[in-house]
Design a protein around this ligand. Structure first.
Ligand SMILES: C[S@@+](CC[C@H](N)C(=O)[O-])C[C@H]1O[C@@H](n2cnc3c(N)ncnc32)[C@H](O)[C@@H]1O
Length: 281
């Protein structure tokens, strides 16, 4: 489950430096609006949120201002080490912990459990049972889910041929990632579905996180942050280093529109399907 993909220090560092993030997408407002009822009830009480599979704190830090205390957990020590290093917010606490065992939290103690781009790696049954156990009555569960068609790679050009080649590159990138994922994970990413809590009050919305990479080195940092490509290269060494192959392909695509392809910006965007569920009171 999620084994080596995000465990090492280099991936965690690239993750922190080059992944798109969730700030400025209106996520906080949407979460606050859906949670409104719950939050009003506990206006004067301390509130607590838990971000599961937090990586180096991408979603954790965005949601932290909404709560008295925010806890980010991840199975990877390398990710948690980077999260601790870069976090300034005093109400955030990070710990190495599995999603499927939240025994460090009491029953009915949490206002929000969130998880971004990570749920596919968790064993559904024990994870959802733990979410249900730790949530307060009226507490909410927020899931940000990426699908196989969620990614878009664009060069800043009107050249149709270049646009098409970027599209093909992005499709091959997703295909390589899917090939390396565990069967269960692959199924969730390609179908977009994951078992859900049986809570009747739900809310679905979408957000798109965009990031411009101003030169090829930044984009390589992003490619390296996708543990799947690195693992692909280890599992199928005869097919060559995937990060190198994708980088070379991108450089040759950009050469059609620029005499300095290595200094040509590209934009990568991710569409997230966001689901919220309220535990009945
Ligand atoms: C793709 S990253 C997402 C990180 C961050 N939430 C984000 O949105 O960028 C998935 C994370 O889930 C973590 N993970 C995978 N399986 C896990 C498990 N069973 N328990 C806790 N964390 C897990 C990985 O270590 C990794 O940091």
């Amino acid at each position: 489950m999620g084994d080596l993909l995000f465990e090492d220090a280099e991936t965690a560092r690239n993750y922190q430096d080059y992944r798109p993030n969730y700030g400025g997408l209106g996520l906080e407002e949407k979460v606050t609006a859906f949670m409104g009822q719950t939050r009003n009830q506990s206006q004067n009480a301390d509130t607590i949120a838990l971000d599961v599979g937090c990586g180096s704190g991408q979603l954790t830090k965005v949601l932290a201002p909404l709560f008295t205390k925010m806890i980010g957990i991840d199975r990877s020590k390398a990710q948690i080490d980077v999260a601790k290093e870069v976090t300034k917010e005093r109400n955030i606490e990070y710990r190495v912990n599995l999603a499927e065992d939240l025994s460090f939290l009491q029953d009915g103690s949490v206002d929000l459990v969130s998880t971004a781009a990570a749920i596919y790696f968790f064993e559904p049954e024990p994870f959802l049972a733990e979410v249900d156990r730790v949530l307060k009555p009226g507490g909410c569960f927020l899931v940000l889910l990426l699908g196989a068609d969620s990614f878009t790679l664009k060069a800043l050009t009107s050249n149709e041929e270049v646009k098409k080649k970027c599209h093909d590159l992005q499709k091959d990138f997703v295909a390589a990632s899917l090939r390396i994922m565990r069967e269960g994970t692959k199924k969730v990413v390609s179908s977009g579905s994951y078992p859900t809590p049986e809570y009747p009050d739900t809310y679905h919305f979408q957000v798109t996180s965009k990031r411009q990479y101003d030169n090829i080195n930044e984009f390589v940092g992003f490619l390296k942050s996708t543990g799947t490509l690195r693992e692909y290269s280890q599992k199928f060494p005869e097919e060559g280093d995937q990060v190198e192959i994708f980088t070379k392909r991108l450089l040759s695509i950009l050469a059609a529109i620029s005499s300095a392809p290595e200094r040509t910006p590209v934009v990568f965007s991710w569409l997230f399907n966001c689901y919220m569920y309220r535990k009945p009171i």
